[in-house]
Design a protein around this ligand. Structure first.
Ligand SMILES: Cc1ncc(COP(=O)(O)O)c(C=O)c1O
Length: 281
């Protein structure tokens, strides 16, 4: 893929030339929201769901949508290069204000930026994972660009030779630092219910759809840290990593320390679905 093309406030340009002001509130305060949307075979996957979630995030931070869904569709398609698997990152901030002041500018002019990146092909690497107290704020349902806690947690995982952190609030699993969490408990697939403490993952919902289609029993219910320690399987989901089997939790094997049979089944189904989606164009 040649240098990515960026969309910045109505213009397309090489990503390296896309620049914003130091007075941008995204830069100064992390005052903005974002989305990451996968594309298979040159087609954006679950785009409507991602744009709806963007609307919810914007509403939650009291920012008017800068583009309509149809304008987003046009812009995002323009950024895709070829038919290889890619993901599009888009970000909307409250824009540049005349001075650094926490309160909103009276007439915000949002900064809108987006670009595409190639995605890794092939099966995911099974993950080693740590559990950690959920040290983030209380509004994790908003896909906010303010990600310092997630950054520190992911770095800690990396430095302890792990791939992800599963977060625990009041004894219950919320989500990963950049993923949603599923566990197989006594043969039933369990994932925490949507709440302000986790991002309503688009891949999470898709995996539940696949589970329904496969007649796998599943529950959206509180998942306790103690249960996780005895789970037969643990999975992570996200738009860029899809469906990742966890093989080690806090240094101990999950199940027999290999990707489990239910993961294999749903992963295969996921890949079949993607293949059909690519061909639909
Ligand atoms: C904190 C968090 N939870 C969950 C997810 C998964 O969401 P999605 O499946 O929509 O990518 C992400 C994605 O990056 C995330 O950052």
């Amino acid at each position: 893929m040649s240098e990515a093309i960026a969309y910045l406030n109505g213009e397309f340009m090489p990503l390296g030339r896309a620049k914003i002001s130091v007075l941008d509130r995204g830069f100064l305060f992390g005052d903005g929201v974002y989305e990451v949307i996968p594309a298979y075979g040159g087609r954006l996957f679950r785009l409507d769901q991602h744009l709806q979630r963007l609307d919810h995030s914007l509403r939650a931070i009291r920012l008017d949508p800068p583009l309509t869904h149809s304008q987003w569709r046009t812009v995002l398609r323009e950024l895709l290069q070829g038919d290889g698997d890619q993901s599009v990152y888009l970000q909307v901030t409250r824009g540049v204000a005349p001075r650094r002041d926490h309160t909103f500018p009276s007439r915000p002019r949002p900064t809108v930026v987006a670009w595409a990146t190639p995605m890794d092909a092939g099966p995911p690497r099974p993950a080693r994972v740590l559990t950690h107290e959920d040290i983030r704020w209380q509004w994790c349902h908003i896909k906010a660009i303010t990600l310092l806690a997630n950054v520190l947690l992911r770095q800690e995982a990396l430095e302890r030779d792990c791939h992800e952190v599963i977060l625990i609030r009041d004894g219950k699993v919320t989500e990963g630092a950049a993923s949603n969490v599923f566990a197989v408990i006594d043969g039933v697939l369990v994932t925490p219910p949507k709440s302000r403490h986790l991002l309503p993952g688009i891949t999470r919902d898709f995996v539940l759809e696949l589970a329904r289609a496969e007649n796998l029993p599943f529950q959206e219910r509180d998942l306790y840290a103690g249960e996780l320690a005895h789970a037969g399987e643990i999975w992570l989901t996200s738009s860029t990593r899809e469906l990742v089997p966890v093989i080690e939790l806090d240094g101990k094997p999950v199940g027999d320390g290999r990707p489990g049979p239910l993961w294999q089944r749903l992963y295969r189904r996921f890949q079949d679905y993607k293949q059909a989606f690519r061909r639909e164009r």
